[in-house]
Ligand binder design. Structure first.
Ligand code: HEC
Ligand code: HEC
Length: 217
């Protein structure tokens, strides 16, 4: 009896294993392609060899959410608001990044996102860790920190560059206040809180999240 079950189960198990290996190897093939492309397109000149360049205003990409990265590259390429259901839901315009993405195909974008999200995020040094401001609780509903961030298109902020986070919060807040008008960045979900922050709160929150250790999701 046991022999008969094993006889039937083994081919199924092998098929499942084969499928899992196939999916895993196609994901790593994408990341490998992405690595080649990042080098050919000189992404590394600004973002660093390991996606963790520390220079001001250039974001760390290592370990960031794959889906989020691919959405950002598509938004830069489009360089105009993204409209869904007849309403602007997101916008991200940046001249440098537009010029780097304008000729990318969807496939290339997916490979680049696979490469950068697969790199290991380096946590901020311990001395950079600061007490958690009360305001951070709202942010953590979406972005994680003390809580998890299970959302594929919401970026993790942990150990991101402080100067970069400040600039993005200023841009997003302008985008919400001006109803996306001429601002460089807008996202409807950030309307929950993004425009209510004072300059001081922006700095405190950026300082805090920049010191939160990276976490693998
Ligand atoms: C000349 C410098 C430069 C080069 C080259 C460059 N980037 Fe960027 N990248 C930036 C800057 C600056 C930003 C921040 C944009 C902003 O402030 O909105 C950025 C933002 C990004 C983001 C958004 C990250 C986030 O956390 O939101 C992604 C993804 C990205 N770059 C990927 C790439 C890829 C892939 C390439 C190569 C095709 C590339 N970059 C080439 C400077 C550069
Ligand atoms: C309802 C969910 C939600 C909440 C709450 C929220 N955010 Fe966001 N946030 C988002 C989304 C979605 C994006 C991605 C925007 C995009 O795709 O351009 C974002 C983007 C950001 C970015 C840009 C990150 C990057 O890598 O470029 C920063 C910084 C940020 N949020 C900070 C905050 C802070 C600080 C708070 C709390 C005061 C907060 N957010 C609360 C959903 C949220």
């Amino acid at each position: 009896m046991i022999k008969t079950i094993a006889h039937h189960v083994t081919p199924v198990l092998l098929a499942v294993l084969y499928f899992v290996m196939l999916v895993a190897s196609s994901a790593s093939a994408g990341a490998l392609q992405g690595k080649k492309m990042a080098s050919q397109l000189h992404c590394m000149a600004c973002h660093g060899e390991r996606g963790d360049e520390r220079s001001a205003f250039v974001p760390k990409l290592a370990g960031q959410k794959r889906n989020y990265l691919s959405l950002q590259l598509r938004a830069f390429r489009q360089a105009a608001p993204i409209i869904l259901g007849g309403e602007i839901v997101t916008k991200r315009v940046h001249r440098t990044m537009q010029s780097r993405t304008t000729n990318l195909t969807d496939r290339q974008i997916e490979d680049l996102a696979a490469f950068y999200s697969g790199l290991t995020c380096k946590s901020a040094p311990r001395k950079d860790r600061v007490p958690r401001p009360d305001r951070a609780k709202t942010c953590e509903i979406c972005h994680g920190g003390h809580r998890t961030n299970p959302f594929r298109s919401i970026p993790t902020l942990a150990s991101q560059k402080e100067t970069y986070l400040i600039r993005q919060l200023e841009d997003i807040s302008k985008g919400i206040r001006s109803k996306h008008g001429s601002a460089r960045r807008y996202h409807r979900l950030m309307e929950v809180t993004g425009h209510k922050l004072t300059d001081h709160e922006i700095k405190t929150l950026a300082h805090y999240f920049a010191g939160v250790p990276c976490r693998r999701y």
